[in-house]
Design a protein around this ligand. Structure first.
Ligand SMILES: N[C@@H](CCC(=O)N[C@@H](CS)C(=O)NCC(=O)O)C(=O)O
Length: 209
């Protein structure tokens, strides 16, 4: 029984898990979940993720949901493989954890709605709500000002090495970087350099290929 990721490459939360697996160079099976038919809202999928959301994850008899928790499990369970994604030193890891929380609670609060309005809605033939976009661009700009300042101190958000604090941002950045919201990243030189660096990683290129 190897690793199974239940999801789809269109789902940004699934992409986060795939990025962690590719960084580690671990074999896995991507089990497609058909959102169009509501497969994620019915048994047996609900036994894997009771919230009826993508992704879900299995590693032998371990079953997990929540993409960030899955990525963190992968980093620790496969510490001896691929890129570390976490750091050993407890104080340095505390800083990485701060920026992981910033991604989940500050960045996502602003940017996930932009991903919906600017990437997913056009994909599904739905109309973008410009007022919502403007409101969330203003929120994201404030978050990115803080990132710009942080990235003048260290190459990556969590410190000098690429960690989950950076990786967790990749799916949303991918979805909105080439939309009108991309100007918010490009206007901040350190943020832009960071985005370009993390998006060029071979593991991420495999996710989006
Ligand atoms: N916090 C969860 C969010 C999961 C989530 O929102 N997944 C989306 C796809 S990226 C989904 O399943 N949306 C469909 C729905 O909520 O019904 C995670 O990171 O795994």
């Amino acid at each position: 029984m190897g690793i199974k990721v239940h999801g789809t490459k269109v789902s940004m939360c699934t992409m986060r898990v795939l990025a962690a697996l590719y960084e580690k160079g671990i074999d896995f099976e991507l089990v497609n979940v058909d959102m169009a038919t509501g497969e994620h809202k019915k048994p047996p999928y609900l036994s894997l993720n009771p919230f009826g959301q993508l992704p879900a994850f299995e590693d032998g008899d371990l079953k997990l949901f929540e993409s960030r928790a899955i990525a963190q499990y992968i980093a620790y369970a496969y510490a001896d493989k691929g890129n570390p994604l976490v750091v050993q030193d407890v104080k340095k890891m505390a800083i990485v954890t701060v920026w992981m929380q910033v991604e989940a609670l500050q960045f996502e609060a602003a940017a996930a709605r932009l991903a919906w309005e600017l990437a997913y809605k056009p994909m599904f033939g739905m109309e973008t709500d410009v007022a919502v976009v403007e409101e969330h661009e203003a929120k994201l700009a404030k978050v990115l000002d803080i990132f710009e300042s942080r990235l003048t101190e260290s190459k990556y958000l969590g410190g000098d090495t690429f960690t989950l604090a950076d990786l967790n941002h990749l799916p949303i950045i991918k979805l909105i970087y080439n939309t009108r919201a991309g100007k918010l990243f490009e206007a901040r030189s350190h943020v832009k350099a960071w985005c370009d660096d993390i998006q060029a990683r071979p593991a991420w290129q495999k996710v989006i290929s």
